[in-house]
Write a protein that binds this ligand. Structure first.
Ligand code: SF4
Ligand code: SF4
Length: 90
């Protein structure tokens, strides 16, 4: 699974930056169409949910999606031909 931020929904509150235990979200100066700085993703393949959601058959961690006030964070399935990168970090 791939972690995705819906830039049209994000309001740049950076709550996701604060809560992720892997520090996958980083503050950004990149502005979306509404002039809001949307967090950048730093090697999202490290996310517990991206790596293990299939194996466990349910969402793991998910703190970022729970805390996001605009439901801007989601996970999407890779296309069949898409390169699937997994990184394990302890
Ligand atoms: S699900 Fe957990 S590990 Fe993955 S990006 Fe969100 S807070 Fe970080
Ligand atoms: S918590 Fe949601 S709205 Fe806030 S910066 Fe992160 S993605 Fe954007």
């Amino acid at each position: 699974m791939k972690l995705k931020i819906d830039e049209s929904r994000c309001k740049g509150c950076n709550l996701c930056v604060m809560v992720c235990p892997y520090r996958i979200f980083t503050e950004s100066s990149l502005l979306n169409t509404r002039g809001i700085p949307v967090p950048e993703l730093d090697r999202p393949e490290r996310c517990t949910n991206c790596r293990l959601q299939y194996l466990y058959g349910r969402r793991l961690c998910g703190v970022c999606a729970m805390i996001c006030p605009d439901q801007a964070i989601s996970w999407v399935k890779e296309k069949p031909y898409e390169y699937h990168k997994v990184v394990i970090e302890f």
